[in-house]
Write a protein that binds this ligand. Structure first.
Ligand SMILES: [Fe+2]
Ligand SMILES: [Fe+2]
Length: 121
């Protein structure tokens, strides 16, 4: 959850994204903010790093970075889904549903990035 939160924190700071994608990132982030607060989880020690990365990405090719970020976040969500399924799918039904939804949206961001990249080349 802490890594999810950190990733979404970086994504939502990343101003190179298109408006509708950014709205989804803000939704993802606020969801993890809630979960962390409800469970009294401390923010990840990686958080400052992600924040810096979010800003740094603005100065690189925005779409190339979007592709890389969306891909690694999707992969992270996928391994989290597998882990939760293995542990207790009944107990984590709601969480699984949320992470799957976010994973699908990240994959959508990735595809939008690909299309955009193809158009510009
Ligand atoms: Fe996201
Ligand atoms: Fe995304």
């Amino acid at each position: 959850m802490r890594v999810d939160h950190a990733g979404e924190c970086g994504a939502s700071q990343y101003a190179g994204q298109m408006a509708d994608m950014w709205d989804q990132e803000k939704k993802h982030l606020s969801k993890f903010n809630e979960i962390l607060a409800e469970n009294r989880l401390r923010l990840t020690v990686l958080l400052p790093l992600w924040n810096i990365a979010g800003f740094a990405l603005d100065f690189e090719g925005p779409m190339a970075c979007t592709l890389a970020v969306e891909e690694s976040i999707s992969e992270h969500y996928n391994s989290q889904i597998k882990a939760l399924m293995k542990r207790d799918p009944e107990k984590y039904t709601q969480l699984l549903q949320m992470i799957k939804e976010f994973r699908d949206e990240e994959m959508e961001h990735h595809d939008i990035g690909l299309e955009h990249d193809a158009e510009s080349t």
